[in-house]
Design a protein around this ligand. Structure first.
Ligand code: ATP
Length: 199
């Protein structure tokens, strides 16, 4: 599964629309300090559903929207899209190309889209679960991440192996099923109470 394209507008330092095409093989992005190289990996992580803004080197959600400069006014929203070549069918969706988009507005409102159709964050997580790009994966390794991975507790490190082994999605599904069972159990108890009151 090849990451073909990244488009970003209003995300961090990208006040103008940024478009990066990725070819097969290795792509190196070079530039002076502070020119926005890491902002590119932040954008990829964000569009794939990163919810913790600290992992994107910010403090609050709106820190990822362009804050303005001496010559540019701040922007009201940020948008990032990534396009994957899905001709190998690694993503469980019936499209040869899959574009994921995430938008956030200063009001706090945000949205996700798969191939321009609105979806839930959960749909993005499900789509990428066990592909190596899912939540908690280490496909994007930022500065200090190597140390962080080596210093994590064994239980936390296990998540990386689980993601690679492809069992994360079953863990998620089990969690969801257990939650539904608990809710149903609570409903049965309530129902029994009502029945015994009526009797
Ligand atoms: P280095 O080589 O030092 O690691 P880098 O090329 O990876 O640098 P980044 O860390 O990606 O650079 O970019 C940092 C720049 O992004 C800083 O100049 C910072 O002011 C700018 N920046 C971050 N968030 C925003 C924002 N919300 N609005 C405007 N600029 C931002």
């Amino acid at each position: 599964m090849l990451l073909k394209r990244l488009e970003a507008y209003g995300f961090k330092s990208f006040a103008d629309k940024l478009e990066v095409e990725f070819d097969e093989g290795i792509t190196a992005i070079v530039g002076p300090n502070g020119s926005g190289k890491s902002n590119i990996t932040d954008a990829i992580r964000w569009v794939l559903g990163e919810q913790n803004v600290r992992n994107l080197r910010g403090n609050k959600a709106e820190d990822i929207i362009f804050t303005g400069s001496s010559t540019r006014r701040p922007l009201g929203a940020a948008e990032v899209s990534v396009t994957f070549d899905n001709s190998d069918g690694k993503l469980p969706i019936d499209f040869q190309e899959v574009m994921i988009t995430r938008r956030i507005f200063r009001s706090g409102e945000s949205e996700f889209l798969i191939n321009k159709t609105k979806c839930r964050l959960k749909d993005i997580y499900n789509l990428f679960a066990d592909t190596g790009l899912g939540k908690n994966s280490i496909s994007v390794i930022s500065q200090n991440k190597v140390d962080e991975v080596l210093n994590t507790k064994p239980e936390e490190r296990r998540y990386f192996f689980e993601e690679c082994a492809g069992i994360t999605k079953y863990r998620e599904r089990k969690r969801e099923a257990v939650r539904k069972l608990d809710n149903t159990q609570a409903n049965v108890v309530r129902l029994n109470d009502i029945v015994s009151e009526i009797e």
